[in-house]
Design a protein around this ligand. Structure first.
Ligand code: PGA
Length: 268
């Protein structure tokens, strides 16, 4: 059984609502040209302030889904500046990025907050994309496998195997994000495989839940390097930052995803 192919664009803190609406329109037109049966799952993650503009632009569009870049794990309350899962669902958001390395680096997120947010996403049926990955120092210190396994196991604390159905993980080595230095495809494939093994070892069940979890690669993904990454057996999709801000580049990455779907028909 093959896993879903997912191409997600993380727009980070870029684009006003008007600009976001325009990009959503351009992508919608580009995707229209592709054969529906081979389309990967496509997710656009604009800023909070652009979510209404993008979900409204894509109303009725079954090919492009919308995700948010972060959320609080509580549903409501005195938490000034925060946004909750029910608020996102109300706007038509279907996916949520959790624990992006920029959140971990600059906003104090830890494996524990990632775990809380993952539980909230699963409870509210927002499809979680949990981001993990090592820093340059950790890679140079041969700690990649240890760090990634710890982040994955940390995210999964007290979550039952049966709840994992919508879980997606993104392997994003910190040193590859926004640097133009993407991880070698073979090495990214190895770590994506390790993530799946870690999930299987965590649950120690015969069901091998890790084998069903889509694992994406992210970090300087471009139209030039995505095909090689997406040809690897353990890499089920791409989480794209910079290149997702240009309709032409992101459409080219979606096309590479479509080629993967054509080679490996999707489960859902
Ligand atoms: P990048 O960002 O593609 O610009 O490296 C990826 C990400 O941070 O998700």
């Amino acid at each position: 059984m093959s896993r879903k192919t997912i191409i997600a664009g993380n727009w980070k803190m870029n684009k006003t609502a008007g600009e976001a609406r325009e990009l959503a329109r351009e992508l919608s037109a580009a995707v229209e040209k592709l054969s529906e049966k081979d389309l990967p799952h496509i997710v656009l993650c604009p800023t909070f302030t652009s979510l209404p503009a993008v979900t409204t632009t894509l109303t009725g569009n079954k090919k492009l889904a919308v995700g948010a870049q972060n959320m609080d794990y509580r549903d409501n309350g005195a938490f000034t500046g925060e946004i909750s899962a029910p608020m996102l669902l109300d706007l038509g958001v279907q996916y949520i990025l959790i624990g992006h390395s920029e959140r971990r680096q600059f906003f104090g997120e830890t494996d524990l907050t990632v775990n809380h947010k993952l539980k909230a996403a699963l409870k509210h049926k927002l499809a979680p994309i949990v981001c993990v990955g090592e820093s340059l120092d950790e890679r140079e210190g041969n700690l990649t496998d240890k760090v990634v396994a710890k982040q994955v196991a940390g995210a999964l604390q007290d979550i039952a195997e049966q709840e994992l159905e919508s879980l997606i993980i993104a392997y994003e080595p910190v040193w590859a994000i926004g640097t133009g230095k993407s991880c070698d495809a073979e090495e990214a494939n190895r770590v994506c495989g390790l993530i799946r093994t870690t999930i299987n070892e965590y649950y120690k069940s015969s069901g091998k839940p890790g084998d069903k979890v889509p694992v994406l690669y992210g970090g300087s993904v471009t139209p030039a390097n995505c095909e090689e990454q997406l040809a690897k057996p353990n890499i089920d999709g791409s989480l794209v930052g910079g290149a997702s801000l240009k309709a032409g580049d992101f459409a080219a990455i979606i096309e590479a995803g479509a080629k993967r779907v054509a080679r490996t028909p999707q489960v859902v």
